[in-house]
Design a protein around this ligand. Structure first.
Ligand code: NAD
Ligand code: UD1
Length: 310
């Protein structure tokens, strides 16, 4: 059994990872500053094998101390809001880029430690190529996307210069239980489910023809663990999606169908700077890591709705 550090482990994706690792007998230290995560997300998993540390990835002394007894690091902590990164680019730089550099430095000092970190489809920006492959060089549209891309470049350099082995996973639109619907920039599925629970019509931005590749959080956890267990040397980036996309109009229709609701959506102005099409080519992760998206959209929506209404 291994001992892992999960940064951002009190967040949406991190808490599912912590749950999966602890259920399979591993020891986990969660490092989270609770800026967007919640202690209640991991409280139930805290045990003699799962420890919660409230702290910041910008605290290098703390990181050094926590990494000492680890076999691997899952680095998920980030300033996750794209609009916030546009308003506060320096915070994005310090948390997303410098924070990841801090983690890479720990790995450099502890060469046996393997690193898997969260990148994002945001590295592609508004590419016209669809489905998008890892070899495409995008033009990020926000500090968030730029800094996630720079994290990957940094990791590539650390592999070449210091033999630090790491994987960056470019998550597409992740959804599932524990995704927080409270901000207008929360994931669309968490917002739509919140509106359904209140019997309110959601607002579809634009004409709803825009497409997204929605991937269930359980499949993202599968990708994280497969990346950690892979023996690949050096650095590699992988798309993590379902390899299928859906329009936002269709998403609302499927969701209503899954929960037996008949509620027409309202339409509002399109979001500024919105990308129209997003679809992952997932053949690299399928072939190299043996990843397979197991939860289809309908099943994932059903599980998420059940969680929200329990
Ligand atoms: P989340 O906000 O639920 O989780 C992020 C966690 O990091 C939170 O618990 C937060 O408190 C913690 N954190 C933030 N800054 C920190 C700091 N300085 N020190 C310590 N902890 C800190 O978001 P999530 O959706 O679970 O995202 C997890 C990762 O996946 C992030 O790196 C995000 O950029 C990436 N990602 C998510 C999506 C998605 O669709 N949810 C898509 C692409 C990439
Ligand atoms: C997502 C990520 C973002 C990342 C980007 C990269 C989330 C929450 N955000 O943004 O971090 O940079 O991918 O490509 O995963 N919508 C509505 N009504 C709503 C909310 C949303 O119609 O109430 C629409 C949006 O206009 C968009 C789609 O739903 O077309 C998805 O929106 P959202 O979940 O916010 O994700 P992205 O915009 O794709």
């Amino acid at each position: 059994m291994a001992h892992y550090l999960v940064t951002g482990g009190a967040g949406f994706i991190g808490s599912h990872l912590v749950e999966a690792l602890s259920l399979t007998g591993h020891s986990v230290t969660v490092l989270d500053n609770l800026s967007s995560g919640h202690k209640k997300n991991v409280e139930t998993f805290v045990s003699n094998r799962v420890k919660f540390v409230e702290g910041d990835i910008r605290d290098t002394a703390l990181l050094d101390q926590l990494v000492k007894n680890c076999d691997g690091i899952f680095h998920l902590a980030a300033l996750v809001s794209v609009p916030q990164s546009i308003e506060q680019p320096k915070d994005s730089f310090e948390i997303n880029l410098q924070g990841t550099l801090n983690v890479l430095e720990c790995c450099r000092k502890q060469p046996h430690v393997r690193l898997v970190f969260a990148s994002s489809a945001a590295v592609y920006g508004d590419t016209k190529i669809c489905p998008v492959k890892e070899t495409i060089v995008g033009i990020p549209l926000s500090p968030y996307g730029l800094h996630k891309w720079m994290c990957e470049e940094q990791a590539g350099l650390y592999a070449a210069l210091y033999s630090v082995n790491s994987v960056g996973l470019r998550f597409f639109n992740v959804f599932g239980p524990r995704q927080d619907p409270s901000s207008p920039y929360s994931g669309v599925i968490s917002i739509f489910i919140d509106r359904l629970r209140r019997g309110q019509a959601p607002t579809i931005f634009g004409d709803g023809s825009q497409t997204r590749d929605f991937v269930y959080v359980g499949d993202v956890v599968q990708a994280l663990i497969k990346a950690m267990n892979s023996k690949k040397q050096g650095f590699a980036a992988y798309n993590v999606g379902r390899g299928e996309s859906v329009t936002i109009n269709m998403l609302w229709k499927i969701l209503c169908n899954v929960v037996g609701a008949d509620l027409p959506a309202k339409f509002g102005p399109a979001r500024e700077g919105e990308i129209h099409t997003s679809l992952a080519n997932i053949s690299k992760i399928e072939m190299e890591l043996g990843y397979a998206a197991e939860t289809n959209l309908k099943e994932g929506l059903k599980k998420t709705y059940e969680w929200a209404t329990q």
